[in-house]
Design a binder for this molecule. Structure first.
Ligand code: MG
Length: 204
């Protein structure tokens, strides 16, 4: 694994169309949760559908990779401390997410964090787009400029709570179109100009 984050900070409900499809509203403050590093896999490694869940979904996301330690950073400092961007799949056990208010289990199963291999610098984060495909069919297509909370604000905000270390990853939320995964599927997250992250899906 080329990227080795000490933590993976995730933002929930950051696109209006996804909040709507989940039957909720946009949050007043960023909705934050963590995925454990034990969930990380690389491109090509299988997403394992756990026996304890009967409903696992893909969430294609733009992730930020931190280059230098950030603590209480303002937005300018925050963006100076960003190494670049990478594809991330915030794989989620929707059944576990719906039955409890904390998402550690729903989001934290082993293999539930496919992550691209390297950070790619981009001049303007607002130009980024993210596409999610299952078996070659486009299911999600989001634009960073449609985020509820933009990337400079998110990095700065998160650094008020957690010291961000070099290599740490921030997943910035998923657009509409999340859907169920089944054994035998191939799921892709593409950020044009950054990369494609492709993983097969297998049963436990
Ligand atoms: Mg997500």
């Amino acid at each position: 694994m080329s990227l080795n984050p000490s933590k993976i900070v995730c933002v929930g409900k950051n696109y209006l169309d996804h909040a709507k499809e989940m039957g909720s509203e946009l949050p007043k403050d960023p909705l934050l949760f963590l995925k454990p590093p034990s969930a990380l896999i690389e491109a090509g490694q299988p997403i394992v559908l756990p026996a304890l869940s009967s409903h696992v979904e893909h969430e294609a996301e733009i992730a930020v990779v931190i280059a230098s330690r950030l603590r209480h950073a303002d937005e300018t400092e925050a963006m100076r401390g960003v190494a670049g961007f990478v594809c991330l799949n915030d794989v989620t056990a929707r059944d576990w997410q719906k039955r409890e208010s904390q998402w550690a289990r729903a989001k934290g199963f082993d293999t539930f964090c496919p992550l691209g291999s390297r950070a790619v610098p981009v001049a303007d984060w607002r130009t980024l787009e993210v596409i999610g495909r299952v078996n070659g069919v486009v299911r999600q297509h989001g634009k960073a400029r449609d985020m509820h909370f933009g990337i400079p604000f998110l990095v700065s905000h998160i650094s008020q709570f957690f010291t961000l270390e070099p290599g740490d990853v921030i997943a910035t939320g998923t657009p509409a179109g999340v859907g169920r995964l089944a054994p035998g599927d191939t799921v892709e997250v593409e950020i044009p100009g950054v990369g494609v992250l492709r993983n097969p899906v297998v049963a436990a």
